[in-house]
Design a binder for this molecule. Structure first.
Ligand code: DAH
Length: 341
């Protein structure tokens, strides 16, 4: 019997030495030390032995169990150590790998051009004045000398709201009324940038939402020469000192006289191309001397005060500056376009 115990011990130790992984230790433990393991089995069988042999064999079996438990613990420690060492060897972090670049956004091209416009007009003493995108019929039209049912309303296809007399502004010109309200009776020199909305078919040349920058100067002794000087200075600062500018007679209800301003086409240097429709000129803005009715609506006496106003589309300016042929690129959210500028 004692011999059997010795063999069992030897076998258990040998098998323990062969266990290479921590997970396999459980199996070994079950086989030798578990409830149904070899040692327990043996202790249970003690009753079948002759009475005089029992104490001796019992003591030897208990001793074997204690030894095996101790060895299990040692083996476990060794395997644990090996496991950690292996992990340290194979899972080392390579700190020399290049990092992952975070995606960096940037200011939208419309706003970059807007900021450039602000800078140029700031040099000429114009302040930026904010006004609302949701407007009243009164400010968007009537304050600008466009009565209800006036055919000039056809120039601005309008998004009306379900609230009577409330609409999305079709241009930044109603901002003139806000500026006059804020400044009157002081002189004014402001630009009014912001979004405008038109109930129109979206095409390569027109969007239902776009930006405008309105300009307004009100004071004593302001003449058309001031308007021309400011527009020419702006055009040359924006597009280059060699640019040619021409003023064409036009009509807007809120200016008298009214002009449209063309610049020689920067894409073909005035030679004629698709962008300028082979005329050599491209329109960049509308302008004029503020109509007496508009001045009076704003609280200024047209006998003493005069002024000029203009309105331009920064997306159009950007299209000319960068040779972009479709306004729909601006707000389609296509990052390929936005990153390319
Ligand atoms: N509001 C006009 C438009 O959207 C543009 C414009 C023309 C504004 C002449 C002006 C101006 O201030 O004087 O078509």
């Amino acid at each position: 019997m004692l011999e059997y115990l010795r063999d069992l011990g030897a076998q258990a130790r040998q098998r323990l030495g062969q266990v290479r992984k921590l997970e396999e230790l459980g199996e070994w433990k079950r086989e030798y030390l578990g409830k149904k393991g070899a040692v327990s089995e043996l202790l249970r069988g003690l009753g079948g032995l002759p009475a005089e042999d029992r104490p001796l064999v019992g003591r030897a079996a208990n001793a074997l169990r204690a030894e095996l438990e101790a060895e299990l613990e040692r083996r476990e420690q060794v395997l644990q150590q090996e496991f950690v060492q292996a992990a340290l060897r194979t899972e080392r972090v390579d700190v020399t790998l290049p990092g992952r670049r975070p995606a960096v956004g940037r200011v939208h091209i419309s706003h970059r051009v807007l900021r450039r416009i602000y800078d140029i007009f700031a040099e000429m003493g114009f302040q930026v004045f904010d006004s609302p995108e949701v407007e009243t019929d009164r400010r968007n039209f009537r304050s600008l000398n466009i009565p209800p049912h006036h055919p000039a309303r056809d120039m601005w296809s309008t998004f009306y709201t379900t609230r009577e007399g409330v609409l999305l502004r079709t241009h930044t010109s109603p901002g003139q009324a806000w500026a006059m309200q804020a400044y009157c009776p002081e002189p004014i020199r402001v630009i009014l940038p912001g979004k405008c909305y038109r109930y129109e078919q979206v095409t390569a040349r027109s969007e239902f939402m776009f930006y405008q920058v309105e300009g307004l100067a009100v004071g004593e002794g302001i003449t058309m020469a001031d308007l021309k000087g400011v527009i020419i200075a702006f055009t040359r600062r924006m597009f280059g000192s060699e640019r040619q500018v021409r003023f064409r007679c036009s009509y807007f209800p809120f200016t008298e006289p009214s002009v449209e301003v063309d610049m020689d086409c920067i894409l073909c240097q005035g030679q004629g191309c698709r962008v300028c429709k082979y005329t050599g000129w491209v329109e960049i803005l509308g302008a004029g001397m503020v109509h007496p009715v508009v001045l009076r609506n704003g609280g200024y006496d047209p006998q003493h005060f005069g002024g000029f106003a203009f309105g331009m589309g920064p997306e159009r300016i950007t299209m000319l500056k960068y040779g972009i042929n479709d306004i729909r690129w601006f707000f389609s959210g296509d990052l390929r376009f936005l990153r390319s500028l």
